[in-house]
Design a binder for this molecule. Structure first.
Ligand code: ADP
Ligand code: ZN
Length: 718
């Protein structure tokens, strides 16, 4: 009997998107399974890959080569991950090899991993420590002596103590149910969810900022861990702070694993190994954690489900919400989404009854929603104040400072001034490589392109007419900082990409703010979400219109989410909060809804607008971007592609093919960009059309000169 294996290659190759058939030596047949990692010869090279299917039929008539080596089981994918990779490649129309890049499978087996360890012979351990200076200085050993158990790395010292029978390495124990005291309204929601969620369930926990969603997640997670199940708790990039990790670890000290892309290979291996063993653990992670080899997954929680960082913007451009839907459905387990500002996709599914809805409308300890005041900046200008800080805001800031409270001013624009123009000749500073205006950075003394990062040294001479007459327009955080320093003798912190380059400084800055090292904090969206400063009582949104007017059907949704998050930072402590929103559109429905803290009012209006225009969630949109350095070629390629797509769809009206059109950022990094949109209610048919059109396009000579990017879940249309 011969057994054949179909393997997926790890090495990316542009033309060979398929599985390859190999023969298993009879000695190996019993040693492999779907997901096994193996070595084989491919094009005269030793390559690695994963087995995607096994069988006695071969689908290939030529010479079939043997598998040369089966790698250790710790390195294998689980069969579920194999299925997931196949699904990703079909759903997002990418190759298997591209889909595999989403899984950060280990390259090798690490020996010194973190294990759970208990002290079995305390007397002997004490003796040993007494005799050895080295053990006295070993923090791990000392803390083991104190707690009698804990997570340790298997260093040679630990291994030796295990050998001597003093310590024992054990499987992870079940956690104790955490001592979480839910409030009355939290308890009600928790019990409803428990009642509804045995299996195959998607729920939305809609809780206003500060209502205590996390407490409910953790209570539910505890129930699953306690039954020996695994839990996946996903947070957006910005949510994984030291504060959050500490909060979860407090309840599940031995059963929490943190996972994000910045872990090193050994740390990632530890998580990988623990999950494959089936240990009862909660993984607190960012979107990459959705691709881990859970063996015994019981519950998935997606916090801040509306967040943009759940969408990966590199190929394959997946949305983690779609991935966890698939996974929960495939495994028949519950998925709980949570947010203060549900995405329109999720909310529409709630309305149509596909997702169960739970609402937490009160803040913890009934802290009131902040009072929101809208300031009309046209009126302000008419009254002679053309600065960026309105007189109302200025007065409110002084009041709060006098009371010793903190103020947060939000402006989503870094640098000093976002536009630079010559007063004499009208020359406008643009990035030479992108169709984007340069931003003046006073502190760094240069002009910067915020898209490609290009920097040009500051000069006050106009490059076109040589006059010294450059003028600055608009405000960035640096300019606001400068103005504030003139107005208030206060401690001022600026928190933006430029002040927070290093990895640790985010946590440090949060700590410093909490410790009252700042009275006024100026921040971009880096600081808009998730954190909790009890002394912060006044929030000022300096320019609410900035995100409102982007040419994108989701601009309104993103503005509502952002403004609600920003407003939610005020008054989380004992003193009620206040929010000032400065805008040129005081009547706008989004600004109005933020003022009332009324999600539903906003959402119903937003959904009716989307319905009128047929945009998501009332359709699906797929996007193709064609880019290249030669604009003529790009246009030609884009037109070709549209024709091929139209042929493939046979002009079926169920797929509307829109474009090509110049993308909103029509030149980036020297590349001209055009895009094509497919709008449809039959996404499986639209996928077929795309597949067929692209296949034809790949045969054309233009294909090799252009870059083609596929986005099947586009969130931003740059
Ligand atoms: P959300 O995630 O809904 O914005 P959090 O879960 O962060 O809200 O809760 C807001 C604050 O209230 C946190 O500091 C949290 O510790 C506190 N809190 C909420 N519920 C409880 C509770 N049941 N017991 C103790 N503290 C709570
Ligand atoms: Zn640029």
């Amino acid at each position: 009997m011969t057994v054949y294996a179909q393997v997926a290659l790890l090495r990316p190759s542009r033309h060979l998107d398929r599985l390859y058939t190999y023969k298993l030596p009879s000695s190996d047949i019993k040693k492999v399974a779907i997901g096994a990692k193996v070595k084989f010869n491919f094009n005269n090279r030793l390559e690695e890959g994963f087995i995607f299917s096994l069988g006695q039929e071969k689908d290939f008539s030529g010479e079939i080569k043997p598998i040369l080596e089966v790698l250790p089981e710790e390195l294998w994918l689980t069969p579920e991950l194999v299925e997931m990779v196949k699904w990703i490649s079909e759903y997002y129309l990418c190759s298997i090899t591209e889909a595999l890049t989403l899984i950060s499978f280990p390259e090798k087996v690490y020996q010194d991993v973190e294990v759970f360890c208990t002290v079995v012979d305390e007397t002997k351990l004490k003796e040993k420590i007494k005799k050895s200076k080295r053990l006295q200085n070993d923090e791990t050993v000392i803390s083991l002596l104190k707690d009698k158990r804990g997570l340790v790395r298997t260093t040679s010292t630990i291994k030796k103590l295990v050998k001597q029978g003093i310590l024992q390495i054990r499987e992870k124990p079940l956690p104790n149910l955490p001592p979480i005291e839910l409030t009355e309204s939290q308890k009600q929601v928790y019990q409803q969810i428990k009642r509804d969620m045995p299996k195959n369930f998607v729920g939305l926990l809609h809780g206003i900022t500060g209502s205590g969603k996390t407490e409910i997640y953790l209570k539910l997670a505890g129930d699953f861990l306690n039954q020996g199940k695994q839990v996946l708790f996903l947070l957006p990039e910005i949510g994984i702070t030291t504060q959050m990790v500490a909060r979860v670890k407090k309840y599940f000290p031995e059963n929490t694993l943190v996972y994000h892309s910045r872990l090193n290979a050994r740390e990632k291996f530890t998580v990988w190994r623990e999950l494959k063993k089936g240990s009862p653990v909660l993984v607190l992670g960012t979107r990459s954690a959705a691709f881990l080899p859970f063996q015994n997954l019981g519950l998935i929680i997606l916090d801040e489900e509306h967040e943009l960082s759940y969408k990966q913007e590199e190929t394959p451009k997946y949305h983690v919400r779609e991935v966890v839907y698939w996974r929960a459905k495939r495994l028949g387990i519950p998925l709980l989404l949570g947010t203060a500002t549900p995405s329109m996709e999720t909310y529409a599914a709630v309305i149509s009854g596909l997702i169960k809805y739970y609402f937490l409308g009160k803040r913890y300890q009934n802290r009131p929603y902040p009072q929101v005041i809208i300031v009309d900046m046209f009126k302000e200008a008419k009254e002679g104040n053309t600065g960026i800080i309105s007189s109302v805001l200025q007065q409110k800031i002084s009041e709060r400072l006098q009371k010793g409270e903190q103020v947060f001013l939000f402006l989503n624009r870094r640098g000093f001034a976002p536009m630079i123009m010559c007063r004499k000749c009208g020359y406008f500073y643009r990035c030479p490589d992108c169709d984007v205006s340069m931003t003046y950075h006073k502190e760094e003394k240069n002009f910067q392109c915020h898209y490609c990062g290009k920097k040009i040294a500051f000069t006050c001479k106009c490059p076109a007419c040589q006059e010294i007459s450059l003028d600055l327009y608009g405000y960035g955080t640096q300019r606001v900082e400068e103005e504030l320093k003139k107005l208030f003798p206060a401690k001022i912190f600026r928190v933006d990409y430029d002040t927070m380059r290093s990895k640790n400084s985010y946590d440090k800055i949060l700590e410093a703010i909490k410790n009252r090292e700042a009275d006024i904090i100026i921040g971009t969206q880096m600081l808009a979400k998730g954190f909790d400063f009890p002394d912060l009582t006044l929030v000022g949104v300096l320019n609410a219109d900035q995100s409102l007017n982007l040419p994108d059907f989701r601009a309104g949704e993103r503005s509502f989410n952002l403004l609600t998050q920003v407003a939610g930072r005020a008054g989380r402590g004992l003193v009620p909060g206040e929010v000032i929103i400065q805008t040129f559109n005081p009547e706008n429905y989004i600004i109005q809804a933020v003022q009332r803290g009324n999600f539903q009012q906003y959402a119903l209006k937003e959904l009716s607008l989307r319905k009128q225009t047929g945009y998501p969630p009332f359709s699906k949109i797929f996007r193709l971007i064609i880019a290249g350095e030669d604009e003529q070629q790009v246009i030609e390629g884009a037109n070709n592609l549209v024709n091929l797509l139209k042929n493939a769809s046979k002009c079926n009206p169920e797929v509307e093919i829109i474009g090509p059109a110049a993308a909103p950022f029509y030149k980036l990094k020297r590349n001209f960009r055009y895009h094509i949109l497919l709008k449809t209610n039959k996404s499986s048919f639209a996928r077929e059309v795309l597949k067929a059109g692209l296949q034809e396009f790949k045969k054309s000579s233009l294909n090799h000169k252009l870059t083609l990017v596929l986005d099947l879940s586009p969130q931003i249309f740059l």
